[in-house]
Write a protein that binds this ligand. Structure first.
Ligand code: IPE
Ligand code: IPE
Ligand code: MG
Length: 259
């Protein structure tokens, strides 16, 4: 298990959980079995992040484009979301996790949407960790929806079009409430963003791994965080030698207990 520093954790970790289908194929199982095993990886990852003290974890559970998959696969995923929301509720409440969703949730079947919205309202005041679920989510769709709302406000005379800037546009994007992404993890070996948090990833550090999502666990999470902690984040600026000095390493290296 790689050592990570607890004094400089990424505040916001986002994960593109890819590779369920290929994992199932390797195991000679149907794709839906891969999704089921993927939900166990979700549980492991949420627990590990919660225990580490990660402030916000965003999981890409279902993209707007995933609606194009075969009906039976979409249905299986919806059933899994429902099961997950029911099964995880007690632990979510006990560990103080605030759940929120981003995406066009109105497209979700009622039996998923109602559970999701119930959990969101039940956990709205909790502050253990924010778990942001991107379901029926597309980064371009989110930006287009925001642009439409701003255009309507301008048309109604509520805002001056000349005042629109990156801050006012960001304020219209539900996903920016969680703050910018510090570390973006993508499992499954692809090197792409697949319409995930386009705005929030403007200065994210990317960590790609060939590990398929159902096989993801605490060790790989630690590797991703360890890699993040070695990056030199400049945000377009020139970072002087003094400022880029690594923080005192040995002093605060602690490996938390296994989850
Ligand atoms: C990710 O795994 C889960 C979702 C997109 C819902 P995939 O189902 O995309 O798995 P692969 O990429 O086909 O292996
Ligand atoms: C991205 O995975 C979406 C989720 C993980 C929910 P995909 O499997 O849909 O991405 P592509 O199709 O490989 O780009
Ligand atoms: Mg995939």
């Amino acid at each position: 298990m790689p050592l990570i520093r607890l004094d400089s954790l990424p505040r916001h970790v986002a994960v593109i959980m890819d590779g369920n289908g290929r994992w199932a194929h390797q195991m000679q199982l149907p794709r839906t079995a891969g999704h089921r095993e993927g939900s166990n990886a979700v549980r492991r990852t949420v627990r590990a992040c919660r225990r580490l003290g990660i402030n916000t974890l965003t999981l890409f559970a279902f993209s707007e484009q995933n609606w194009e998959r075969p009906v039976y696969e979409v249905r299986a995923l919806m059933d899994l979301f429902r099961e997950f929301l029911i099964k995880e509720r007690p632990e979510v409440l006990r560990t103080g996790i605030r759940v929120r969703s981003v995406g066009r949730v109105r497209r979700l079947p009622l039996y998923v949407r109602s559970l999701l919205q119930q959990l969101e309202s039940e956990t709205a005041q909790l502050d253990g960790m924010t778990l942001q679920l991107a379901i029926s989510y597309g980064g371009q769709e989110e930006i287009a929806d925001a642009a439409r709302r701003l255009a309507e406000k301008a048309k109604n005379g509520e805002i001056d079009p000349a005042s629109i800037d990156e801050n006012s546009l960001a304020a219209e994007l539900p996903s920016t409430e969680a703050g910018p992404v510090d570390l973006l993890i993508r499992t499954g070996g692809e090197y792409r963003i697949s319409n995930f948090l386009l705005w929030g990833c403007a200065y994210a550090e990317f960590y790609f791994t060939r590990t398929l999502w159902p096989a993801f666990g605490e060790e790989e999470l630690f590797r991703a965080i360890s890699s993040f902690q070695k990056r030199n984040r400049r945000f377009g600026r020139v970072v002087t030698e003094e400022r880029s000095q690594a923080p005192r390493l040995a002093q605060s290296s602690v490996t938390p207990a296994h989850v």
